[in-house]
Ligand binder design. Sequence first.
Ligand code: NDP
Ligand code: OXD
Length: 315
Amino acid sequence: MRVLLQFPGRGVAAWREALAAALPEATIETWPDLRTATSDRAVDRPDYALVWKPPPELFTAAPPARAVFNLGAGVDALVAVPTLPRDVPVIRLEDAGMAAPMAEYVVLAVLAAHRESRAYAAAQREARWTPQPRRAPKDFGVGLLGLGVLGRAAAAALSPFGFPLHGWSRSPRAVPGVTCHAGAAELPAFLARSRMLVCLLPSTAETRGLLDRARLALLPVGAEVVNAGRGDLIVDADLLALLDDGHLGGATLDVFRDEPLPPMHPFWHHPRVTITPHVSAVTDIESSVAQVAAKIRRLERGEPVSGVVDVARGY
Ligand code: NDP
Ligand code: OXD
């Protein structure tokens, strides 16, 4: 079995080592070394390609015969590659060690907002002793945009704190402890209940720009937004306008339209924006490789696998 591995930067060595240990029966080639070694000669089709943000020429030169594996949970970059083969399944990572850290990130942001950490940080800078009134968790609704692998993990991690939990998905879902909403028609009611809005949606044709001024304005006054899905789900200027006019209380952002976030972007110095550099759930190589290797073995036995992407739908 031949596996082609591509990962930008120097990280490819660690992926290769883990893959060789998990799948000793495979011959592993890496991109772009394969291209360099074969120059203009035709390359035998690899059985599987494991990729993260691949260049289009990878699929032209070495289209995989059995499957493409995305080395991340979000497939927005991959499905945008015009040469992505249409005759083999595209399979994404599911959790693979990301759900627990994502749940931590969400809990941290929600508790910080509930316990008024922005107000206390501002008071401390001015040496002001200003106790804020206690807010009951039951009055602090948390809305989860996206009830997939990560949204459900965040909901489970939030459940002990007593916040009313709401969720929104494309198709109707039943998640224990969560009042579930689905589809565009139910979005306004969901937003109106979200004192804290946590965005864990994929970036697709339907979700890009979803959080614009009109929708963000449906959140209760003082609401905070967490975005750990993708940067283009939010219209940056609309978020800033609602922070500045006092409708929104704060934003915790892990993902951005341009990454790294450009030095001149107004998010950097906004007093009520907290920024992390796309680290809420970093891909864990060992768990990811174990998951991919297990799925390759299932495919080799002719068995179905989970995590197959609907390329037309975009996730
Ligand atoms: P899943 O595919 O498991 O879940 C996606 C959820 O979004 C589903 O509930 C889906 O609805 C919902 N959804 C998709 N489109 C729409 C729509 N048009 N309207 C309403 N709901 C919609 O993905 P994961 O939970 O694994 O990951 C979510 C995203 O998180 C990834 O796509 C990626 O962008 C991001 N991510 C960010 C990381 C980071 O470090 N910041 C790390 C990993 C992922 P339905 O249930 O009906 O299918
Ligand atoms: C992913 C990510 O999608 O790291 O896996 O953002």
